[in-house]
Write a protein that binds this ligand. Sequence first.
Ligand SMILES: Nc1ncnc2c1ncn2[C@@H]1O[C@H](COP(=O)(O)OP(=O)(O)OP(=O)(O)O)[C@@H](O)[C@H]1O
Length: 554
Amino acid sequence: MIRLGRLPRLVYINWVLLRHGLDEVILATHLFRPLRFLGWFMPWRWLRSRHIPRGQRIRGALEDLGPIFVKFGQILSTRRDLLPPDISEELARLQDRVPPFPGSEARRIIERAYGHSLDEYFEHFDEVPLASASIAQVHLARLRDGRDVVVKVVRPGIPRVIRRDLDLMYTVAGLAERYWTEGKRLHPMDVVREFEKNLYDELDLMREAANASQLRRNFEGSGLLYVPEVDWPLTRRDVMVMERIQGIHVSDVETLRARGVDMQALAERGVEIFFTQVFRDSFFHADMHPGNIFVDPDRPDDPRYLAVDFGIMGTLNPTDHRYLAENFLAFFNRDYRRVAELHVESGWVPPETRVDEFEAAIRTVCEPIFERPLHEISFGALLLRLFQTGQRFNMEVQPQLVLLQKTLLNIEGLGRDLYPELDLWKTAKPHLQRWMDEQVGPRSILRKFRRQLPRLGEELPELPMRVVKTLNEVEALRTQVEVQNEQLHRLRREVRHSSARSFATVTGAALVVSAFLLLGLDGYAPAMLGDAPFMTWVLGGAGGLLLLAAWPRR
Ligand SMILES: Nc1ncnc2c1ncn2[C@@H]1O[C@H](COP(=O)(O)OP(=O)(O)OP(=O)(O)O)[C@@H](O)[C@H]1O
């Protein structure tokens, strides 16, 4: 059911959709269906008839609906497994540009978070924002100790806007799942749920700061990537302070060339950073758009990247991790059988999948790609084709892999912009191979052993005492078992005796009763009993003896 409170915004959404000639996606409910026909009388029908591509119309509608919808569109653009290419490519152009909120407001938020005047901590705070996006805004500042920093502040009132828009998205997704034929396949509710998680992650700047610290530690002293240092004492849930970095935007190829940056090395290092993050650390920056990446201007011959914005990070569990590496290697060895097997083994496709059929489908998709020169092969496109093939075999959508594919596409695009001859495979293979060797080779055993070493070191001195204690416990247990065994034997004997006694009692009593009966019959005893008084004595005597034998003794 649609809640009344949501109705005005829902009507507004429909209005925007109509305005962009999207009446075919007007919420497919009986409630809104009459609105569809309004479209026939409106000029935008005419616009549509002039063949504005549908991707552009959807992009326009999302821009009109506000920043949360724009973000949603951006995330959707990465779901090339769900959307047709014309729409996903158009959505990828969505820009998260939102008018900034006043610097005085940012000041107020920071002071509320610290509980003190901003001047106590900052020598200077630039009220004109450096950048402004839908969730947060970034300001330049200088600390009292002279360090230049950037201060990221969460947009005021944004949690409420997020809640409102998410509510609507859930409503729309629910309706789509129910009434739209494609809805069952695309699982829109799951897509919104995933989006919600990302949004709330981005809202928490403590979380982003922790991501930054972890990534910084992972690349400490590597010379490949520099991550600015977080100022933890000044970081809160809605305010983050970090070292200011100064570099050349990675998309500014002209300046990079003019500064004499080694473009091949730069492109290859981008790939290396990605594979190191994915396969060595299993922790990767998943928002690698060019706006977040800079190049260190001071090291043109030995280029180094500088990264910002750690709101969205990807991780892989050890199983996905291993299967992914094996998949890449199998792919590039054109071992499609192995690729198909790996998909079944990892549980990405159902276990009943026919491996031979799946293998044939993968071969059909990949062979044309491999016909091209290796430096033209796109990893991202390959993964995408694989997802699409997997879908035909009921492959479950794996969000962590989708994030990875999106990042790979980013890295690939970036690398090829910098150095078009970049051979991704040649650059990536040694990293993959090294990772595989480390996972299965003797080094891996050594590494695992090393990881256990501190615990072993702690527990080793206690080992003799533990052995003695364990032996004592075993001895005590053995004695206990013996005692219990003896008791068990006794019990069994008693049960056997008592059942024999019961038998003797019942039989004895029966014989004695029979004797009395015979006595009662007197001369009427049947002939077959012969001499009745004699039989009485025999039965009575035998019964009496049995009763005597069964008499309890102490
Ligand atoms: N430590 C830093 N040093 C220098 N500039 C920075 C730093 N952090 C952020 N910036 C600048 O501010 C911009 C926005 O920062 P950031 O990407 O973290 O914010 P955002 O709100 O997540 O924006 P978006 O969602 O558009 O990526 C960056 O693109 C970069 O230009």
